[in-house]
Ligand binder design. Sequence first.
Ligand code: SAH
Length: 358
Amino acid sequence: MEWQDLKSLNKDELTGEVLAVGEKKFRAGQIYGWLHKKLVRSAEEMTNVPAACKARLLENHPFYGVTEVERYESRIDGTMKFLFELHDGNMVESVLMRYKHGNSVCISSQAGCRMGCRFCASTLLGLARNLYPSEMLDQIYAIQRATGERVSHVVVMGTGEPFDNFEALCRMIEMLSDPDGLNIGHRNITVSTCGIVPKIYEFADRNPQITLAISLHAPNDEMRRELMPIAKRYSIRQLMEGAAYYTRTTGRRITFEYSLVKGVNDGREHADELAALLKGLNCHVNLIPVNPIRERDYRQSDQAGVAAFMQRLEKKHIPVTVRREMGRDIQAACGQLRKSYKDKMDHHHNNTEGSGKV
Ligand code: SAH
């Protein structure tokens, strides 16, 4: 297994390691509680665990987490965006959204992404690496610590493709929903995928209560292949069969995300094609006016276009909502912060290099 750091170990593994360094079993419960319930930031904070025990554990299981680098709070809706640094200098971003029903944290599953969706800022620099379970968890822990407010919902919809980091994702979910951790139930967790079809089947079998969101963005293969390279690997037909299996196995309603790009996928005929595709499936559609990114010239559908698309689906009895945009004033969407931070740093380095040469 790749991840052996302290906070990525589940209870059984931690117990094994505690016994292996010659300690009593109850220490494992103590340590697990410090890490995943009290959310300590360092081993020193685990005050009732003997120093020798901690030192021996840390030899093979380093204490990894995330460190806050930047923080923004929207003046419009209280949405907060965090940029975190990982132990090796990689950066990830996370968002806290405050709703009436509770606080929801959107986490990243990878540093970067290799899926290549055309409209997405997270994938522009490719994949740096997968996140460890601890690094996904610690985004949530750090936000709960920073705000002092309980996090009740988690969406894995930040940077990265969660099904491209599958085992770490499943481990993270196991620990997040543990009563000895934050105890966030599967029903309050949403995972969003671009559609790695075999993993949809596996996920249905292993995590039957999670809400699955599938990024569809096009009603036919031809258009989807233009927008999302993953569509070259799996056809929409295969994707729909996977989706049907998911709802059949789990009884859960699937969310289809559809980002509306002006003049590309937002026509009436596309709404009709989409309605035909989804007919009879236990699902609902979430329309997202695409967030324009600097590197591409995709434009957002206008309000009238969004409303017309929505009405067209409603007429065909497809449940549909328009995603409420949050944190617009703080670049809260889709990998923009990590990218702009990197651009800023690169610019800075180039400048200093330049002046050094002269
Ligand atoms: N890789 C996963 C999860 C991360 S992306 C997935 O593809 O689902 C989260 C959602 O934001 C996806 O639906 C993605 O297609 C969408 N998205 C990415 N960039 C966007 C943009 N610029 N505007 C609107 N939605 C975007």
